[in-house]
Design a protein around this ligand. Structure first.
Ligand SMILES: [Zn+2]
Ligand SMILES: [Zn+2]
Length: 326
């Protein structure tokens, strides 16, 4: 076991360790044992989000509502452009200012530190839809959506985790810093600052906390979870019909372009995570392209049309234009 593995298994910071990371996955008999702490935390969060929804309709200021939407995108890009496309898949490179910005955006999302998020996501790709996949969609919609956070992890996850190489992330001081101080950074960027800013234009602190803090957080969580649940069940499979991940437009709209999931599991190194729909349903691609224009992102990796066409002919379904007339 590598030293960093030990560090990951023994050190988790504060509140978040109960929500989006290890749940003492050492007991092999406790595979489906419920982690009540997480169940209670998720329940409280959802009650808070319902109250936020009520405040949103009943009394929140328009400026606060739009600031909440801005935060959905700001935090969302921290997951999609940061944790997912940059750190998990290395589909492009980023200079220091962009990496700093993405660490702040990623902390705002409060989906655990990027290192822990990437570890789970690399397991998801490497062992997709097996017991070593943290949100194995073969265990049903609810499990792959949010149920996986409410039970102890399957022992296969721990048994195979050592096969991942996470040294690229551990070698980045920014990510090590975020990992170490994640409880503080998450509370600061995810709750404190978004709750404070609307008070500057006269919003009540309670409204800002429940709408921009809690409701925004729960909405973003479901956006990410839908990629693991809905986009592994419903949609066309034009690139590889032998796998479950599918092209799901609704998930792409909700999750800033991450719903083109059959393409993504077929070509995970493409920074666009999609062949079609860029700029319309894929805000993350637009963001990365803008960053490339100003020189903060570079070495964007993609897939050429002939590679896509060859793959479609080999494994794709009839829903792709290449195979449509067969
Ligand atoms: Zn991925
Ligand atoms: Zn997936």
């Amino acid at each position: 076991m590598a030293p960093h593995e030990i560090q990951l298994d023994t050190y988790e910071s504060g509140f978040y360790k109960y929500l989006l990371s290890d749940h003492a996955d050492t007991n092999k008999k406790s595979e489906m044992k419920i982690v009540w702490r997480n169940v209670i935390l998720l329940t409280v969060l959802h009650i808070g989000a319902m109250h936020g929804l009520y405040l949103c309709v009943a009394q929140v200021m328009w400026t606060t509502f739009f600031f909440g939407l801005f935060n959905v995108i700001f935090a969302g890009l921290g997951i999609t452009a940061g944790a997912h496309r940059l750190w998990a898949h290395k589909s492009y490179k980023a200079k220091f200012p962009l990496r700093l910005l993405l660490v702040i955006m990623n902390s705002t999302a409060m989906q655990n530190s990027a290192i822990v998020w990437v570890r789970d996501h690399r397991m998801h790709h490497k062992y997709s839809e097996t017991d070593a996949d943290p949100h194995n969609s073969k265990r049903g919609f609810f499990f792959s959506h949010m149920g996986w956070l409410a039970v102890r992890k399957h022992p296969e996850i721990k048994a195979k985790r050592h096969t991942l190489d996470m040294n690229d992330l551990w070698s980045d001081p920014l990510l090590r810093f975020q990992y170490k101080y994640f409880a503080f950074l998450g509370a600061l960027f995810g709750i404190a600052i978004p709750s404070y800013i609307p008070t500057l234009w006269g919003e009540k602190l309670e409204n800002a906390f429940f709408v921009v803090g809690i409701l925004r957080y729960v909405y973003s969580l479901h956006g990410t979870w839908l990629v693991n649940s809905a986009a592994h069940i419903w949609g066309m499979r034009p690139y590889d019909k032998t796998i479950n991940p599918a092209e799901n437009l609704l998930v792409s709209i909700i999750c800033l372009g991450e719903g083109f999931h059959n393409y993504h599991h077929t070509f995970p190194w493409d920074y666009k995570t999609a062949e079609l729909g860029n700029y319309t349903f894929n805000l993350t691609t637009l963001f990365i392209d803008v960053m490339a224009k100003i020189g903060w992102a570079y070495d964007l990796r993609s897939v050429t049309p002939d590679v896509i066409e060859n793959r479609v002919k080999r494994t794709g379904g009839r829903s792709h234009k290449t195979n449509a007339h067969e």
